[in-house]
Design a protein around this ligand. Structure first.
Ligand code: SF4
Length: 429
């Protein structure tokens, strides 16, 4: 990785260590009230997976049918609680784990939200083995606009290293399933990962040709491989050592191919044909409420997390409480930095709108950050809008990688809390 990006990566790492950290004094006893105007994005987390991939640091546990069934019941109860608390939702994003692990339960949950709220956009993540006709037609009928399929790579050797080959099929099987899905949803997104230790430029080029050729995906999100403390060892054993010095040239290869194939950037690592819903709802939405075990929320300058203990989650919901248990209140400057990071991830930021949002303090408060970005050649100003340059886009890949690594550390911290929460459940009898 070139020197400046490495330095910026380290700065973001230090900053995110500081503000993506829950202290012991920040327990949440009740859901903050919603603002009187506007509707929120609702994020729902389904933490079950049939296979646990070694590189994955999301909150996920092995799928057990009875447990997942009870979980979906609790999730619907929690949705009703948030609705009673006054929240209104116009958009839903369902992630995991594997949200489609019980399609009928997923559809019942979506139907409930649609019954209670005027929802116009629904995005759901899935895996390639959940793409058979009956599941796809259920999802389509439930009103899902955007289906996001986690593929990671079409290279069989890499799929085997990821331990996904046996469960999700070969690259060729996945390719055929995706071709059949063309034009079924408003947006078909394919999630990919780049910079696997044994990924070659030729292998990446084959993946790119499949995505923009036979599949003609509406959208492709290319995440840089990220390692966290808990996954590093398992990753090294199955995938090898990550070499960050290759990341910039691989990103260049991806961007060159996608832009030459008629796609535009929806974010630093998401490429779309036409106007599509994008994966990082956090770049478009100022605030969102996350429900379900392991979900994060961003409300009123606070990053909040729901318990990672599924037992504790179900117990709380049964008692009429949401699963949200921890929070970090961001100061004014950190809130503005978070806004800058998320908005510029989509490629541009309207300075007048930012100043209006922060009562005229945005440009003043972030003068050093904005000057440094200009000096480095990461942004260009056109009237009241700043836009990322080509150089800026890769810088943002590095910054977002480090930001998400910070979120992953937060997940590790939350997993640590499970023991403490189990004691709380026991003490409550
Ligand atoms: S990558 Fe997807 S399928 Fe694999 S463990 Fe993580 S959430 Fe589950």
């Amino acid at each position: 990785m070139p020197g400046v990006e490495a330095l910026v990566g380290r700065l973001i790492q230090t900053a995110s260590r500081r503000y993506l950290k829950f202290d012991d004094t920040s327990d949440v006893t009740e859901l903050p009230g919603p603002k009187p105007t506007g509707s929120y994005l609702l994020y729902l987390h389904i933490p079950f997976c049939v296979t646990l991939c070694p590189f994955c640091s999301f909150h996920r546990v092995e799928f057990k049918k009875a447990r997942a069934q009870t979980y979906f019941d609790a999730l619907r109860r929690e949705i009703r609680l948030a609705t009673t608390a006054g929240y209104t939702f116009g958009e839903i994003y369902i992630g995991g784990g594997t949200p489609t692990v019980m399609p009928t339960e997923l559809v019942r949950t979506i139907e409930l939200v649609r019954e209670l709220h005027d929802v116009t956009r629904i995005s759901v993540e899935t895996n390639p083995d959940d793409l058979d006709e009956s599941i796809v037609s259920q999802l389509h009928q439930a009103g899902i606009n955007r289906l996001s399929v986690g593929v990671q790579s079409f290279d069989d050797e890499l799929l085997k290293e990821m331990k996904r080959y046996d469960k999700y099929g070969s690259g060729e099987t996945i390719r055929r399933r995706l071709v059949r899905l063309r034009d079924t949803f408003d947006t078909l997104n394919v999630d990919m990962i780049f910079n696997f230790p044994h990924q070659t430029g030729a292998s990446l080029q084959r993946d790119l040709a499949i995505l923009t050729g036979e599949i003609a995906a509406d959208q492709v999100s290319f995440y840089p491989l990220m390692a966290t403390r808990t996954t590093r060892k398992a990753m090294q054993q199955s995938l090898g050592n990550v070499d960050f010095t290759r990341e910039s040239s691989m990103y260049g290869q991806i961007a060159d191919h996608m832009l030459a194939s008629g796609y535009t950037r929806s974010s630093a690592w998401c490429f779309s044909r036409g106007t599509n819903m994008i994966d990082e709802y956090i770049t478009e939405q100022n605030e969102y409420l996350g429900l379900g075990s392991g979900a994060f929320s961003y409300l009123d300058g606070r990053i909040m997390a729901s318990t990672f203990s599924i037992n504790h989650y179900m117990k709380r919901v049964e008692q009429g409480e949401t699963g949200i248990v921890r929070q970090r209140v961001l100061g004014r400057t950190d809130t503005m930095r978070y806004y800058l990071l998320m908005r510029l991830f989509s490629g541009y930021l309207d300075l007048d709108a930012a100043d209006a949002h922060f009562e005229g303090q945005f440009q003043k408060g972030l003068r050093p950050e904005l000057a440094a970005l200009r000096l480095y050649g990461a942004i260009q100003k056109q009237a009241s809008t700043i836009r990322l340059t080509d150089r800026g886009y890769y810088l943002w890949v590095v910054m977002m990688r480090e930001f998400f690594s910070g979120v992953n550390r937060l997940r590790e911290q939350m997993r640590h809390n499970i023991a403490r929460e189990t004691e709380v459940i026991r003490a409550a009898g």
